[in-house]
Design a protein around this ligand. Sequence first.
Ligand code: PLP
Length: 378
Amino acid sequence: MPERVLRAIDRPVIDHRGTELPPLTAEVVERMRSLYGAASAEIVLFPGSGTAGWESSIANTLSAGDRVLAFDNGFFSHMYAECARAFGTAVDELDVEWGRPVPVGALAETLEADRDRTIKAVLVVHNETSTGVTTPIAEVRAALDRADHPALLFVDAVSSLASIDFQFDRWRVDVAVTGAQKGLMLPPGMTVLALSDRALAASELSSSPRFFLDWRPAIEQVHRGYFPYTPATNLLYGLREALRMLDEEGLPQVFARHARLAAAVRAAIAEWDLETVCREPAALSNTLTAVYVPGDVDADAVLRIADTRFQLSLGTGLGRLKGRAFRIGHLGWLNELEVLATLAGTEMALHELGLPVELGSGVGAGQQRLVEPALVAG
Ligand code: PLP
């Protein structure tokens, strides 16, 4: 988190029914629209987290019995499908090896086989945070178009937005969901969605119960600069600051920075002779890297040593990757030297665990990668 964002949050609480809120809301909504790559999508914000965003995407557009297509290619992809099931929808969840992106071929086949057009929505996680895999949403859109299928496209952009390119309009996404605590560089506590006209039309027909997460009153109030509940006003100040910072750096530069830092992390992992969970080089995520440890090692032991000895916070393996993999996050307000420090701490933790990792080797590989002219140029 940037200091500037912390300072923006650290201020007196305003009256959320007073005159200070509308200009703040208007700026945040306009900047979020532009960040999503959306010219005219409706933007709704709810206190909560990414999971609340998932829930609102389902509750507002689908009804019990509706058919949904989802992919189990990681922990969060599976949980999104579970969220849809909780609303009584019939979810076709295609099994995918964890470490691979959404299989566009299987997606196309399923859509083409759906002759009666019963699939109402396709759920895709843009960047699967459990495996460090990015699915190209442009290809998902192309598969829907090729099949000429009218299903709505829901994209979880929780760990991609503001770090990896996202194009709501160009990919004709219908609902995009993100959370505060990743590329938006805020503490947790807010979800922000972008909604297409088709999603809004679906929200008029859904019979699912909804109240707090109902888009309709939220949109109506946001247009006037307010919210139908007490908003997380201090987080809104933080979000405005974060969005201004992203604008000052420039989104292409932000994406290039993430690509650069990710390349350094990958160089270190290769040097340590460890494997990424991601099986396809083209799908490697620029926001985090999940790393397998050898079979006889507990990945959580790497986390424990990193934390207790070096005050370094690595991510645990999620779901079936628990104990088998750990994750290095490289998104948000992060620079080269912070990443090199992370690599140094990870390297020392691996070394202390008895893995054959030579001290300095991964850090050196990361440094080499960071000074390569092509990478420096971004
Ligand atoms: N989707 C993805 C891709 C995530 O990484 C996460 C959380 O890390 C979620 C959804 C769930 O979001 P939250 O934990 O903010 O509820």
